[in-house]
Structure formats: C-alpha cells, structure tokens
Design a protein around this ligand. Structure first.
Ligand code: NAD
Length: 321
C-alpha cells in the first residue's frame, strides 16, 4: 500500500465489541466511541459515521460536517437520517438490510405467542403470589390460525415462512409495492386492500418502513374492523400504529391484544406509557428486534466493513440508500 490516508470514524451509538474492534484494529483509523466527550465535536473531523437508530442526523449536521463522506446505519430503517439533506451535501448513506431479519421475525413470533398463550400475564400472577386458576386463564393456540403480514419485504417473508412451517398458519399478505412474483415460493393469499387482511386475521404483524403512507396505517378504522380477538404486533416502527387509537381500542376491547417493540417515544417508560401498561393484554419491549448476540455481531461488523469500503473507494458490501 502507498501512503496511507488516515480516517476518523465516529461510532455514535453503541455497537457490538466485534464491530468496534474491527475498526480499532486498523492502524490508520482513529475511532471515537459513543461515550467519548470528543463525540460532541464530530462535525469538525468525522470522515465516517457508524450509527444505529438511537442518534439522529439532520441536514444541519450534514452542512456542518465538511469532511464527512459516509454514514453507515446498522439495520434497515433509516428514518433517523435526513436522506435528502445527506444527498444535498454529497454524503453517502448505507445500511445493512436483511441481516437482522431472522432476529426481528423471531421477536414478532415470540411477542405473538407471549400474548396468545398469556405467558407474561400468568408469569406476573405467579410472581405476585396469586394461585393461578388454570380454567380461568385459558389461552389461544396459534395452530392453523390466520396471520396477516403487512409489508412483504425481507422480514415479512421470513415471518410468513415460519408461521406456515411451524404452526400450519394461513398467511394473508398486503404490500401494494412488492412485485407481483414476490413470495411465489410461499403459500399465501395476497390482498390489494389492507381492510381485507384486517378483517380476517387472528394476528396482524407489521413489517413496513415508517414513511408518509404508513404513518398511522393502523388507526381507529383498522382497529374497528379487526377481529376483537386479534393480536396486533408492531416490530416495524413507532408511528405506523396510531397510539392514541390503540389505547382507545384496548379500552373498548376492540382487539385481543397488542405487542409493541417500537413506539413513538422510545425507550418506553411508565411515565409516558403508564396508561397502556395497565392492560394485561399489551406488552412492550424497547426496540429489541435486532438485539440478539448473533445479529449484533454480524450486522455491526457489516457496518464497519461497509464504512471502510466506502471511505477507501471499494465496492461496498452494505446497501446504498
Ligand atoms: P424491507 O424494505 O425488506 O420491506 C418493507 C416492505 O414494506 C417492502 O416490501 C415495501 O414494499 C413494503 N411497504 C412499503 N410501504 C407499504 C405500505 N404502505 N403498505 C404495505 N407495505 C408497504 O424491510 P424489512 O427488512 O422487511 O424491514 C421492515 C421494517 O422493519 C423496516 O422498515 C424497519 O423499520 C423495521 N425494523 C425494525 C426492527 C426492530 O428492531 N424492531 C429491526 C429491523 C427492521
């Protein structure tokens, strides 16, 4: 190698140690970690940024960061980054789609089963010293139930395959943008109207990005036409579910239960979501869809590799957004 160019990389959100080590081991890369006080001055000297969904990047940031050339986001959702602003200032934004799909699919199913089999509720009763009368705590089996998948992308497809394979479920899918032959290898019924899916599904699981057309996609109307036994699962993004409408829906017993891994205000706290948490048939997790050891290592390293590829002018493994 000829004269080596030096790079400064800011890791602005917590990354798996494998990913941190990967960049720290490169002698000509200076790495600033999220808890380093120097992070506050990143605009001055950052060549590249490794980010997750905790931090936000605005157009103002991109205007100030004159050295910045590339940002790589772990996972698929890039709604915390102003893409237009980045484009305007010639900054490349990459993400690592598909790598965390298995982990998110598992969580959506885990949350569904937790609700359908009332696991969290019964566990709380046991911990609270109650004698659980089993005949009064009957739960619902997922065997051969109908699962509605909203968004037929990477995660949606894996979910569909898993519910069919493990529980012989019927899958109804809605995605106006997916190509006609998407999922040609998965047995499913595709509908062209969301309402058709909502009316027949025992589980409605959301796997769409947060964009204008999906904000409030599940609101008062949707909750009204869903089965009153249906389980709603949001492992996509807060804002796809209209949370005020959901609270009303729970209050009026319009649905059987809801599980949110993502919400409008994250992480969820009792201060903000206390009213919701009064319902035994609501469960919340703090955006842990991708938080498996396996995924954090794999996706984190892909972020580090992609960033180095972009900075050093190689073809990047991650995807240009
Ligand atoms: P993807 O891009 O592969 O699939 C998204 C699908 O949604 C696409 O097929 C698209 O056509 C479809 N879509 C867009 N607008 C729609 C609409 N109005 N109605 C129905 N479908 C619509 O993405 P993915 O990898 O499957 O991820 C899905 C979402 O999950 C991401 O956008 C991200 O926000 C979220 N996510 C959450 C976590 C977590 O930790 N909970 C982790 C990863 C991803």
């Amino acid at each position: 190698m000829g004269s080596m160019q030096e790079f400064t990389i800011y890791i602005v959100d917590p990354f798996h140690p494998d990913a941190v080590q990967l960049v720290q081991n490169i002698p000509y890369v200076r790495v600033i970690l999220p808890d380093d006080p120097r992070k506050a001055n990143w605009h001055a000297d950052a060549d590249g940024i490794m980010i997750r969904s905790d931090s936000k990047l605005t157009e103002e940031d991109f205007a100030k960061a004159t050295r910045l050339r590339a940002v790589v986001k772990q996972g698929v959702g890039v709604d915390n980054i102003d893409l237009e602003g980045a484009k305007k200032h010639g900054i490349a934004i990459h993400n690592t789609p598909a790598l965390n799909s298995e982990s998110v699919a598992e969580l959506s199913m885990a949350l569904t089963l937790t609700l359908s089999r009332r696991v969290a509720e019964i566990d709380r009763a046991v911990r609270g010293g109650e004698t659980v009368v089993r005949s009064k705590m009957l739960s619902t089996s997922m065997f051969r139930k109908t699962v509605g998948v909203v968004g037929m992308g990477n995660i949606g497809k894996i979910i569909a395959q898993k519910w069919i394979g493990a529980f012989e479920c019927n899958v109804v899918a809605y995605d106006p943008y997916a190509p006609a032959d998407a999922w040609s290898d998965v047995a499913h019924v595709r509908v062209s109207e969301l309402d058709e899916l909502l009316k027949v599904s025992d589980v409605v699981t959301l796997h769409v990005p947060l964009v204008k057309s999906t904000r409030g996609l599940i609101g008062a109307h949707a909750l009204e036409i869903m089965k009153d036994t249906a389980i709603l699962v949001n492992c996509a993004r807060g804002g796809v579910v209209d949370e005020k409408a959901l609270l009303e829906g729970l209050r009026n017993k319009q649905i059987g239960g809801a599980a949110l891994d993502v919400m409008e205000i994250e992480p969820p706290t009792v201060d903000v979501y206390g009213e919701y948490l009064k319902y035994e048939n609501l469960i919340m997790t703090p955006h842990i869809g991708g938080s498996t050891k396996e995924n954090q290592s794999r996706s984190g390293m892909a972020v580090a590799e992609t960033l180095m590829d972009v900075l050093e002018g190689r073809e990047a493994g991650g995807k240009l957004v």
